[in-house]
Design a protein around this ligand. Structure first.
Ligand code: C5P
Length: 310
């Protein structure tokens, strides 16, 4: 019997992204505090008996996400997730994967990692292989440093490459505005620019420690205090590759955001609001200022990757 399964995985924003010097393996040691927000990628998996994998991408009507920028071959992380899972469990079946994009492409919000996470959960269920979450975490970490957090969701501290996770305590909801650009930034290029700035003495190395102010603000559910502590060491590199992002930050500040920061490796700018009402006001301000190609609002923390019953 053909069994079609759908899973959805959240976008993330980094509340703290502290980056150390490049390691021998090319990765950078991180202290990352992630929060999942309620923008979702869905992956629908339908098993095939011929062992082939196929992939299609669709974008809900009216969505600002650019589906044309998503690869539909074996380089897509969802495809690779299905391959890795099949190899790990000796699965001979194939799968038709259908991705519904809700997270900006190449935006610094882990949209590709969310595809991998949702594909892992959907394929594990569709192929009925009884994988545990720990198994999926291990396979996910091989696919990308942000994949374990996409599986985990909520709010968490990530050490190592960002994939060694510990849950963080939070209180209430935080309200976010995301200003996206249609042209993305490549994560490896942003890290390479970070390395260049470090070598040139244009950037200092931060201490690789969890900011206790971030943790206290999360537990208190206090966006103003959280805004005062948020930091992203990749922001100067992202700004030097895309200087026009300065204007987005300025306009978010003009709208009295608690903080405005490049999200991850960018180019999405995340603005933290005091309330949902304030988030809508910041979004209206950013739209009117025409500094972004699209403006989205979302709340966090959101759950990790879950199966969706249709
Ligand atoms: O793991 P993932 O494929 O998502 O990482 C993409 C790229 O980002 C890596 O190839 C590397 O250049 C950079 N990266 C890094 N240090 C990390 C995470 C990612 O340098 N901790």
């Amino acid at each position: 019997m053909t069994r079609t399964v759908r899973a959805k995985a959240p976008a993330k924003v980094n509340l703290q992204l502290t980056v150390g010097a490049r390691r021998e393996d090319g990765y950078h040691p991180l202290v990352s505090v992630f929060q999942a927000v309620d923008l979702w990628e869905s992956v629908i998996a339908t098993p095939r008996t011929d062992g082939r994998i196929t992939l299609t991408v669709d974008v809900p009507a009216g969505s600002p996400v650019d589906a044309a920028a998503v690869p539909v071959d074996g380089t897509n992380l969802a495809w690779r997730a299905a391959e890795e899972l099949a190899a790990a469990y000796g699965i001979a079946d194939g799968v038709d994967l259908r991705i519904r994009k809700g997270i900006p492409v190449a935006g610094g919000m882990a949209g590709g990692s969310a595809d991998a996470a949702a594909a892992l959960v959907a394929c594990a269920e569709a192929w009925d292989i009884g994988a545990t979450r720990a198994d999926l975490d291990r396979i996910g970490a091989r696919l990308g440093a942000d994949v374990p957090f996409s599986l985990h969701g909520h709010t968490a501290v990530g050490l190592g490459r960002g994939d060694e996770l510990t849950p963080a305590m939070t209180h209430g909801s935080f309200h976010w505005v995301f200003a996206t650009q249609s042209r993305g930034l490549s994560t490896p290029e942003v890290y390479a620019e970070f390395d260049r700035r470090l070598d040139a003495g244009e950037q200092a190395l931060s201490d690789l420690e969890v900011d206790s102010g971030v943790m206290t603000a999360l537990m208190a559910g206090d966006p103003v205090a959280l805004g005062n502590c948020m930091i992203n060491d990749l922001e100067p590199a992202a700004l030097s590759l895309m200087p026009r992002l300065e204007r987005v930050l300025d306009e978010a500040e003009a709208a009295e955001a608690c903080a405005a920061l490049v999200s991850g490796s960018g180019p999405t700018v995340a603005a933290l609001a005091r309330s949902r009402q304030h988030a809508l006001a910041i979004a209206a301000h950013l739209k009117a200022a025409r500094v972004a190609d699209a403006v989205l609002t979302a709340a966090g923390p959101a759950s990790g990757t879950v199966l969706v019953q249709d």
